[in-house]
Design a protein. Sequence first.
Length: 577
Amino acid sequence: MKPGANRDPTPRLPAWRANLMLVVLAAWFIALTGRALWLQALNNDFLQRKGESRYSRVVEIGASRGMIVDRNNEPLAISTPVESVAASPADIEADPADLRKLAKLLEIGNDELRNKLSDTQREFVYLKRQLPPEQAERVVQLGIPGVFLQREHRRYYPAGEVMSHIIGFTGVDDKGQEALELAFEDTLAGRPGSRRVIKDRLGRIVEDVESIRVPQNGQQLRLSIDARIQYLAFRELKAAVSAHRAKAGGIVVLDADSGEILAMANLPAYNPNNRGKLDARRTRNRVVTDLFEPGSTLKPFTAAAALEAGLYQPGTVIQTAPGQLTIGNRTIHDAHPQGALTVAQVIQKSSNVGTAKMGLALSSEGLWSLFSRAGFGVPPRSGFPGEVSGRLRAHATWKPIEQATMSYGYGISVSLMQLARSYTIFASDGVLHPVTLLKRESPVQGTRVVSAQTALAVRKMLELAAQPGGTAPGAQISGYTVAGKTGTAHKLEGKGYAANRYVASFVGMAPASRPRVIIAVMIDEPSAGQHYGGAVAAPVFSQVAAGTLRFLAVPPDAPGKTTVLLPEDVPLVREEV
């Protein structure tokens, strides 16, 4: 055997190197075990957050906005569930062709879509709000990861333009923007909730993990409005504005006993269900936000002040001949010159001269005091946003001619709501009632302005004004007695009054023997030939009052009475101030 033939050919490592490798491997294993223990047992928040960011989401649970109903619980504003398309830019997986299809379905531009998805740090962005169900379903069918549907609520208004100025509307976020939707936002708006869910790569919820906050729906709002009366008032106002080619119009119906607003309509109107393009001039509630000089509708208050002061009685005679009264360098005229008239006839015939003489017989403070206590110069506080207070200047600044003209409704400005409310004094035996747009469960105490005797006397005068020989026979209702007063006022223009632009108005109550409703009508700039309150506004009162009394089941107080039809050749008892 040759030398070295029994040697092992396999090289052997030194023993120290094997031991070193064993120590290194053991140390590495211990380090990994410690790191795993640290991350998974002692400090696992980081990994938990990273893991949850891949699949866990906190989603908002929408709360339903409270319903608005009328006094008979008829729905006036309802929130219905709709779908909106949202996305998580961080999770979007789509090629340019898919994004073009998505943009086309959403009816938005490609650039707009890319801009919304450009911030990949965001986890939520709306792509299109409140889509029709079939359109939302087609978006889902694209199957783009990171694009999903978000349930929301959209407000729907069953009465459309008929209730638009009362109810208002909400924005895309279901927050009140106008009228009662805005005024009662805190009551109507619910509190959204939230929950933690697990979503797949397509953005679909596959598991509910936990509820974080329970949603709270908004409260129901019950109005004093009667939807039947509201529709009737809107219909008749619309017909009058159209027939007389007027610029605008307003009407308000009050419950004479409670001060509840049963109807309130304006023209022009708008449809709150179609909020794409809204004209601010159409959304304005003119009944509470617009001012005008009331003209002759203010004369009953001057008569009431004169009776309260003890200077006149209903039968006191006032000489109005020759139909004009000069004060300084100004002259007051009557549209129909009369002779000697009693106080009752002054109101019946709407004599400016007779009213001015009563107004001048009073102290300026006495006349101002009654106007102020009747609610002029202060907001009516109906609960509607944007109410105006009107204009009633301090009596210390009045000149004699201003006191005279103010006695018949010039130099003072009011809203139609203020005017309607002030007539509760004559309907309720001298008590001014607070008005409200909410259904009252119990009566509210009013404020006494004049004595019951004075209120009844003025109401008798107003009853004469609505009969043949007065300025408003067109206000009569078959089977019922009516009391009311017309107004025909020139509109302000520059520093004076326009010669051929008028506000025609009428405020009345029925039945006159025991008033149940008060209705105020205003027609702005009638231009079809007639402009007197008795010809333009009084017939609207007649139609609305007749229907309202039927709805309220008020028994006739003059069963044998029929509406007086005046021959066409009988001249109208005119008024013009």
